[in-house]
Design a protein around this ligand. Structure first.
Ligand SMILES: C[S@@+](CC[C@H](N)C(=O)[O-])C[C@H]1O[C@@H](n2cnc3c(N)ncnc32)[C@H](O)[C@@H]1O
Length: 244
């Protein structure tokens, strides 16, 4: 497999700059929410990355394990205090290559959409259901698709402009495939830096159907990690699925 179809592609391309790009995101509300569901059981983060959420969750005393396809991302996790103590399996989150049972599995920051077909996303739900114990929870955080962002299937956005650099997001949208392909492009004195991202978005109702087909039922849906109500104006959702 090559390019976007390679599960390791995103992480390998982003590992060097991931924390720098996302350092402004405060994980505390997500950590609070997940700690509340974790109980005393084992917890698994799919696509654990550099440990942005797993590390503060582990510092709360939660037993977190991880799966990620990218050795490079996991190397960044390992280099952080406490990172070497989190067990991580390198593999594909659609397959969830670990043994359960887990009381909580979570897959956040839109990363489910990194699986680029409905089939792969449905596989992920099925694999999660396999490793969840009875009553266990699967939490996902996903954006609500907003097709008004695109004008005739494309969008160019000035993400950041400073004295020394400009960062642009350049995207193409394929409505038939529900797929957005982007480059986050930074121009500075060192040259041009490309950050490739491909996503296959799903609507909340489509996700619920995939979950139901895997034997998981929607137990709660919120507009954010602070549990504000989800509604028509919500730009994202935090959804909790349960295995009965
Ligand atoms: C946007 S980052 C999210 C990292 C972390 N969960 C966070 O919230 O900061 C996406 C992560 O998903 C991983 N990833 C992408 N596709 C994957 C796949 N098919 N299986 C496992 N990990 C994958 C990447 O390597 C990367 O670490």
């Amino acid at each position: 497999m090559a390019g976007f179809d390679d599960p390791a592609f995103y992480g390998d391309r982003w590992a060097g700059v991931y924390d720098e790009h996302h350092g402004g995101m405060d994980p505390s509300a997500a950590v609070e929410f997940l700690a509340g569901l974790a109980g005393d059981g084992r917890v698994l983060e799919l696509a654990i990355g550099t440990g942005r959420v797993a590390l503060p969750l582990a510092r709360r005393g939660v037993t977190v394990e991880g799966v990620d396809a990218s050795e490079a991302m996991v190397a960044r996790l390992r280099a952080k205090p406490g990172g070497e103590r989190i067990p991580v399996v390198i593999g594909d989150m659609a397959q969830v290559p670990v043994d359960g049972p887990f009381g909580l599995v979570y897959l956040i920051f839109n990363t489910l959409f990194g699986l680029l077909s409905q089939h792969r996303q449905a596989d992920c739900f099925r694999s999660v259901a396999r490793v969840l114990g009875p009553g266990g929870a699967f939490v996902i955080e996903c954006f609500v698709p907003d097709l008004s962002r695109f004008d005739r299937g494309q969008r160019v956005q000035a993400v950041a402009v400073t004295e020394d650099s400009a960062t642009l997001e350049v995207s193409r949208h394929d409505a038939a495939l529900q797929r957005v392909t982007s480059q986050i492009i930074t121009l500075d004195a060192q040259g041009v830096h490309l950050g490739p991202v491909a996503l296959r978005y799903s609507w909340p109702g489509e996700l619920d159907l995939m979950a139901a087909a895997a034997g998981l039922r929607l137990a709660g849906r919120y507009g954010d990690w602070d549990e504000r109500p989800f509604g028509s104006a919500s730009v994202k959702h935090v959804s909790v699925y349960r295995r009965d």
